[in-house]
Design a binder for this molecule. Sequence first.
Ligand SMILES: Nc1ncnc2c1ncn2[C@@H]1O[C@H](COP(=O)(O)OP(=O)(O)O)[C@@H](O)[C@H]1O
Ligand SMILES: [Mg+2]
Length: 314
Amino acid sequence: MDQFIAALKEHYDLEITSLSQQQGGWSAFAYKALTRNQAYFLKVYDKSRASTPKWTTLIDDYAPVLVWLQQHSGLKGKIPVPLLTKEGRYTCENEDGILLLYEYIDGETIAERELTKEQVSQLAEIISELHSYDDNLPMKTGALKESFDVSFLQQLSMMLNNESNPMPSDVGEMLEPHRKRLNSLIVAVEQLSAALKNSPSRFVLCHTDIHNWNLMQSGQTLLLIDWEGLKLAPVEADLMFLTDKPYYDDFLSIYRERHPNFTINPDALRFYQGRRKLEDIGEWLEQLLFDKQDAKERAATLSGLTRDLQSLSQ
Ligand SMILES: Nc1ncnc2c1ncn2[C@@H]1O[C@H](COP(=O)(O)OP(=O)(O)O)[C@@H](O)[C@H]1O
Ligand SMILES: [Mg+2]
């Protein structure tokens, strides 16, 4: 903890009076940092975790877009933007971690609750505003472009076939009944990837990780947080999280006010849903095979893996 307080002093010139760990998310540790008159949210990506590069290599590409959206778009006040260090950087790092600092959002994460009608309407406004921006932005966006990349499937196949680390026996047993479905999904996603690479589609800014743990209510305002997946991609990269929601029709009626000619591309939708499932399964396996975990963490990972494997048959 002291090392983070020192880093916040060195790089942000902040006198932190208290730092407490918060319930984190999927990719990073989370802390609430207080100075005498301000609260901050500190996200720390642990360098020893196998997944960290996936979340951190694009920070310098997506953060400028967030700053621009905050200043120039209707998303102002509805998205958190990383604070700059004294050196004008979006992150600072020490031996163990990569640190990102935000203003603290005084509000509640939606989490397990259902969205209200008003929240659905605000979410639809956020997403339709976001989707009105394409690559015509005043900064480099090349690294954010969707490439329909599925190279992670090689590593997934290696993990499944015991070619990387030996598979713990309980994990192997858990996988066994799902292997056939898993393999057919891998093939389907590879085919869709190849097809989409060759078919022209319009790319717009997409969040790519819309769920209730990434939505916070603060006063009258719904905020969409956790922008580390920001991409220029077909709209299905976002709509995949919404099409099976009970509120999808309400969402669409607002979304269509801004995007009247919009139709879903079923191939893109199937690609994103399939790739996401495989990515999630791959991350659980990566944790089980490569990360140092205590018994509690391991149990949580196993239960996440079970849930995602079961969803393959739906
Ligand atoms: N700026 C913020 N202020 C207060 N709480 C936040 C802020 N950003 C995130 N959180 C809380 O921390 C959790 C994890 O943050 P998130 O950015 O989603 O990280 P992860 O990438 O690990 O999922 C969120 O679900 C939310 O409850
Ligand atoms: Mg999150």
